[in-house]
Ligand binder design. Structure first.
Ligand SMILES: *Cc1c(COP(=O)(O)O)cnc(C)c1O
Length: 473
């Protein structure tokens, strides 16, 4: 490839890394930045300029290669390199347990406890009374048993780990009987049949996609049966001509045949949502009361705590799970344990839990409060005083998310935004790239923000972001 005169001239002018580092030394901006970061950024910037010249990019030719402009590029690169990859975002999607946005927000009580335990030594695995080694699983066992009625309990890394551990402990090399209507894929590549294969348990499917009867389970039980499993169809519902077997009927069958019964509840709620005019969702307490031998659910879905997997069950089963070497690999860490214990304690008073745990508070927020918040957001945005801004309000539905309450439409109010002269896609993209990002959605060419999942202090942040959008365009 033959280079043009201009290209050759630009390549000659391209500064070297050493020269740029020399310039950076006398620039206060770079004073507290590690040399390794500045060097790497300088290399990247110069390399990308070289590529741009070779590709005849008009941008380089127009902006030139002055020291000032190259240093400015290095500054931008350093800023990006020094910023954290995990940062807060504003959830205007209305999906309360949004797995991509971090699922549940912790209650203040949980955050406070997390802070103490994170920065200090603790009795994590130390028995204060005996003065010797203790078990980390003690921290949440009593409170879990107290609020659910279970005989024994423990917490592990997440519910996927809980399911894996239970199957590995109870059904390795044995058959697990499961309805064809409950062969669930949770997303993020968690499929019940695959998890089962990993543990060496053998899946014994019974019934059909839409109908499974008790006689199907009974007929499948043989010498090699290790477990009867029920899986909550978290993220879908089979509707129409359907039949499924209740957990208590399965427990009765299990008891007659001497086979353990397990339920993977998925989300697992401790609160009866029908008390707040929502669809009835089976509670953890009801599953425990029906006599299942072991029950698992997530810590950060409807429970509203940190990422964790809760296992409830008989003392014998929990003891054998603790003996399983896999448990060590899937154990819960102390930060999670601290946040989980505080969250669980809030459930001693269900009304207090509903108000203090953000997931529950957002899900049960009265529509009157949502309307007030939407009005406040509209007022803040109008205050910017830009006539290009078109604001609307829309009565739509929020979602519980996290594979819970899949069919439930929770009435909400969304603030809609259009800006004359700026495409809705450009509006969405600008707000998504803002710091902190505002994540909403586009419907019929309107940018929609569901105010249910906004925190009070975030309305002002959205105002700032929109003001900046208008100023830059
Ligand atoms: C969400 C879910 C899981 C996985 O739980 P994590 O806490 O995300 O690991 C397993 N089973 C069911 C039925 C679920 O809904």
């Amino acid at each position: 490839m033959k280079l043009s005169e201009t290209q050759q001239m630009l390549l000659r002018r391209l500064p070297g890394v050493d020269r740029m580092l020399e310039l950076a030394k006398s620039d206060v901006f770079f004073q507290d930045i590690p040399v390794s970061v500045v060097t790497k950024s300088a290399r990247l910037v110069i390399e990308s300029l070289r590529t741009a010249i070779l590709e005849n990019s008009s941008e380089v030719i127009e902006q030139g290669l002055s020291d000032a402009s190259v240093v400015e590029r290095i500054r931008e690169s350093v800023t990006a390199a020094m910023s954290l990859n995990l940062f807060r975002t504003i959830n205007a999607t209305g999906v309360v347990v949004h797995t991509n946005l971090g699922r549940s927000l912790l209650a203040d009580e949980a955050i406070a406890n997390l802070q103490v335990i994170a920065g200090r030594y603790s009795n994590l695995e130390f028995d204060i009374n005996a003065g010797k080694r203790g078990s980390r699983y003690r921290a949440v066992e009593d409170i879990l048993c107290e609020i659910t009625g279970a005989q024994a309990a423990m917490a592990v890394n997440n519910n996927a780990a809980a399911v894996l551990l239970c199957l590995d402990t109870l059904a390795k090399g044995k058959e697990v009987v499961l309805s064809r209507g409950e062969l669930v894929e949770i997303g993020g590549s968690f499929r019940i049949p695959d998890v089962m294969a990993r543990t060496g348990a053998i899946l014994k499917e019974v019934g059909t996609t839409n109908r499974t009867h008790l006689k199907d389970y009974a007929g499948a039980i043989g010498d090699s049966t290790g477990l009867l499993l029920k899986v909550h169809t978290s993220n879908y519902r089979v509707t129409g001509f359907t039949a499924s077997v209740s957990l208590s009927d399965l427990v009765t069958l299990g008891k007659t045949k001497g086979i353990a019964v397990m339920e993977d509840l998925g989300s697992g709620t401790l609160v009866d949502f029908s008390r707040y005019g929502m669809q009835k969702e089976p509670t953890v307490q009801e599953s425990v009361a029906s006599g299942a031998d072991v029950i698992t659910f997530s810590g950060d879905k409807l429970l509203g705590g940190p990422q964790a997997g809760i296992i409830l069950g008989t003392r014998t089963i929990l003891d054998s799970i603790k003996q399983n070497p896999l448990t060590r690999a899937l154990r819960i860490d102390k930060l999670t344990l601290a946040a989980l214990e505080s969250t669980l304690c809030l459930y001693r008073d269900p009304e207090k839990a509903r108000q203090a745990i953000p997931t529950l508070r957002m899900l049960t927020l009265p529509i009157s409060e949502i309307q007030l918040r939407a009005d406040r957001l509209c007022a803040l945005l109008s205050d910017i005083g830009d006539l290009r801004l078109g604001l609307t309000q829309h009565a739509l539905s929020s979602r519980a998310g996290g594979g819970s309450l899949p069919l439930l439409d929770i009435p909400t109010v969304c603030v809609g935004m259009r800006v004359t002269g700026i495409s809705t896609h450009a509006v969405e993209s600008f707000l998504r790239h803002h710091i902190p990002p505002v994540i909403g959605r586009i419907e019929t060419d309107v940018f929609l923000m569901d105010v249910r999942t906004l925190q009070d202090d975030e309305l002002q942040w959205i105002q700032t972001a929109v003001a900046e959008l208008l100023k830059r365009n």
